[in-house]
Design a protein around this ligand. Structure first.
Ligand code: FES
Ligand code: FES
Length: 144
C-alpha cells in the first residue's frame, strides 16, 4: 500500500544519503564496534556526550540497507537527547521491532517509524537494532 511505499522510500533515502556517516577526529568521543552475529556485518558508532547529553553521533561500517538506514535514523534522532532519553528511545524502538504497542508520543520518532515494516521479517530485526544496541553500549561505556 501507499504507506509501505513511502516507508520504503524513507529507508532507501537514509541508505543512499546516510546522515552522520563518518568518524570524528580526536579522542573526545566514545567508540563502539558492534557485529550483527547473524551476518557478520559490523558498524562503528561514535558518540560525543557532553553534560549528560548526546551532543554528536557518527557511524561507519558495512551492512545491509536496513542496518545502515537504521543507523542513520538513530544518529539523527538521539542528537540533543539526554543519555537517559536516548536509552528510553532505544526501548521504544525495540518495542516497535517486537511488534508490541510502542510509545509514539514521548519523542518525535520522525523517520524511525518507516522501519515498522521490518517486524514482518524477523531475520532483519537484528539488522535494524544493531545501531541502537551500539548506542546503548556507548552510553554504558561512557558512564563507567
Ligand atoms: Fe539487506 Fe534486504 S535489507 S538484503
Ligand atoms: Fe548484515 Fe543486515 S544483513 S546487518
Amino acid at each position: 500500500n501507499n504507506l509501505d511505499t513511502l516507508y520504503r522510500q524513507v529507508i532507501m533515502d537514509h541508505y543512499k544519503n546516510p546522515r552522520n556517516n563518518g568518524e570524528f577526529d580526536g579522542d573526545d568521543s566514545v567508540t563502539v564496534n558492534m557485529n550483527n552475529p547473524t551476518c557478520g556485518d559490523r558498524i562503528q558508532l561514535q558518540l560525543k556526550i557532553e553534560d549528560g547529553k548526546v551532543a554528536e553521533a557518527k557511524f561507519s561500517g558495512e551492512g545491509c540497507s536496513i542496518s545502515l538506514a537504521s543507523a542513520s535514523m538513530m544518529t539523527q534522532a538521539v542528537k540533543g537527547l539526554t543519555t537517559e532519553e536516548a536509552v528510553a528511545m532505544s526501548g521504544i524502538f525495540s518495542d516497535m521491532m517486537l511488534g508490541k504497542d510502542y510509545d509514539e508520543d514521548r519523542f518525535d520518532l520522525g523517520d524511525i517509524e518507516a522501519l515498522q515494516g521490518v517486524t514482518k521479517f524477523p531475520a532483519r530485526i537484528k539488522c535494524a537494532t544493531l545501531a541502537w544496541k551500539a548506542m546503548e553500549k556507548g552510553i554504558e561505556d561512557n558512564n563507567q
